[in-house]
Ligand binder design. Structure first.
Ligand SMILES: Nc1ncnc2c1ncn2[C@@H]1O[C@H](COP(=O)(O)OP(=O)(O)OP(=O)(O)O)[C@@H](O)[C@H]1O
Ligand SMILES: [Mg+2]
Length: 498
């Protein structure tokens, strides 16, 4: 039986952290059957607002009115009991459990009469949800084996497995490709038709344009205004978020045929041992690497950088072979990798922004084993300005930054190294429009300065907008390479799907 439609109002919500006012008297209402897009720059307060709704944090002021009942704050259990389900921006799967165990965590199905966990019944409950989302993994797949995109789908399945009346999605598509995103948007439409309210947070404005009935903008922790259907377009949303237009968004580097910097010869990775990759990236170019999730792009990047051992084949930099399976050899050869998963690979969350930024470059600012703190602060401050990282203090733990600002710290960390080849894996994941333009400018500067840039991206607009050439991967192999003149969404997709 469908539950009654939710009626929810946040009134004058304020949340103050020691170093920042995250929310400043924000009011927002939502009713069952509508999709509200919540947009704002990195650090604007979106995730904080959602955590208030999910009961993860208590606001300092304001009230939450659900179905006419007012409360000063919610608990996670209270939120769940009222039908509020939440997909967090930061994924925290239990890697010792399988998918079904994660999806039904705390609500495990048990067999009678002994009360053992009934794995078969749990799998039966979870499988239809995975089908609906187009997931290619099973209820019995260990969570530790899921890619970031699959983790995201698992979290969405988890939210859908509850008796949901308000679904909150915080950057649900940041790791998803086109087809998975479309499926998710269809699920959102179906839930809306069933009377569910959906709060949708994303930096991919095209998605907001596609599904939102109403858009609410946050700026510096304040409600900056609303857009109603008919007014929802990219330019209006950008103005709502940052108060001005962003022009010259995409710009590919000037095409100069530089020498080949990176060459892979017959490279085979563990993920796709049947496929060989022969790829060249030239000085001065941004080579986009497109493909569906699971096509093997991240694995290729990790193999080139020496994180994962290769099955066979060779990586060459400027004609010289690089010892395989060695990160230090790759760094010595001038390669750097900006990883996709900032939490597990890119950042030390308990360390400060400044410490994270200078970490790859410690040798340059340390004498006799002591780090020059002043130099560290200067470098960090430069990065903060260059990437407009919204951080009140450089010496505070990175875990206090918003998701998008954490991503910028990962970028800053590697951009300082002056690499010969820089591999960026989903560099703008979760980054707002203004900062995206900044990241593209930095990539272009690196390329025009002679570096070779290899950019993995699932954002079609971005791949087409900034790449000099695009290599499309399918099942671990390069399915084709498109030059700038041939670039189109259809051309990329047809190579990706085969
Ligand atoms: N645990 C925390 N401790 C201290 N400050 C925090 C904490 N969490 C968030 N903040 C601060 O609150 C502000 C709002 O952060 P929030 O995560 O809500 O931003 P956001 O809009 O979700 O950004 P993004 O688009 O990057 O995800 C930021 O200034 C952030 O640094
Ligand atoms: Mg956030």
């Amino acid at each position: 039986m469908p539950a009654a439609r939710i009626s929810l109002d946040l009134v004058g919500i304020t949340k103050v952290y020691p170093s920042a006012v995250a929310l400043n008297r924000v009011s927002l209402g939502i009713r069952g059957g509508e999709v509200v897009g919540l947009i704002g720059e990195n650090g604007a307060g979106k995730s904080t607002l959602m955590k208030v709704l999910g009961g993860a944090i208590a606001p300092d002021e304001g009230e939450i009115v659900i179905d006419g009942q007012s409360a000063a704050s919610l608990t996670p259990a209270g939120a769940l009991a009222r039908g509020i389900a939440f997909v967090h921006q930061e994924l925290n799967p239990f890697s010792n459990l399988d998918v079904a165990g994660n999806v039904l965590l705390g609500r495990e199905l048990r067999s009678r009469p002994f009360g053992f966990i009934d794995h078969a019944a749990m799998a039966d409950r979870v499988l239809p949800l995975l089908h609906m989302l187009g997931a290619r993994f099973q209820p019995s797949t260990p969570a530790s084996e899921l890619s970031l995109a699959d983790q995201q789908l698992m979290e969405i399945a988890k939210a859908l497995s509850t008796n949901v009346r308000l679904l909150i999605l915080d950057e649900p598509t940041s790791s998803l490709t086109l087809s998975e995103t479309q499926r998710l948007l269809n699920v959102v439409r179906r839930l809306r038709a069933d009377g569910v309210a959906i709060l949708f947070i994303t930096h991919r404005l095209a998605e907001v344009e596609e599904v939102a009935d109403r858009v609410v903008g946050l700026r510096d922790g304040r409600q900056a205004g609303e857009l109603h259907s008919g007014e929802i377009n990219r330019d209006a949303m950008v103005r709502l978020m940052i108060g001005r237009d962003v022009q010259q968004f995409y710009m590919a580097p000037k095409v100069t045929e530089g020498p080949v910097v990176l060459r892979t010869r017959g490279l085979r990775t563990g993920a796709h041992p049947g496929a060989r990759v022969d790829l060249e990236v030239r000085s001065g170019e941004i080579l986009g690497l497109a493909g569906l999730v699971g096509a093997g792009r991240t694995e290729l990047a990790r193999a080139i950088f020496g994180i994962d051992p290769v099955q066979s084949g060779q990586v060459e930099m400027n004609g010289e072979p690089v010892a395989s399976g060695s990160v230090s050899a790759s760094i010595a050869a001038g390669i750097c990798l900006v990883p996709e998963d900032r939490k597990s690979e890119g950042l030390f969350l308990d360390f400060s922004l400044a410490e994270n930024v200078v970490m790859p470059n410690l040798a340059a600012i340390a004498t006799a084993g002591f780090v020059d703190r002043r130099a560290e602060m200067e470098i960090a401050d430069q990065s903060r300005r260059r990437l407009s990282i919204r951080a009140p203090r450089l010496d505070r733990a990175v875990s206090e930054l918003s998701g998008g600002n954490q991503q910028k710290v990962v970028l800053a960390k590697w951009l300082g190294l002056d690499p010969k080849l820089i591999i960026l894996d989903e560099p703008t994941r979760g980054i707002d429009v203004g900062a995206k333009a900044e990241v593209y400018r930095l990539m272009r500067d690196l390329a025009e300065g002679g570096a070779a840039v290899l950019m993995i991206s699932s954002d079609m607009e971005e791949v087409i907008g900034v790449s000099t050439r695009v290599a499309v991967m399918r099942r671990g192999a390069i399915a084709g390479i498109l030059t700038r003149a041939d670039l189109s969404e259809e051309a990329i997709l047809s190579l990706a799907v085969g």
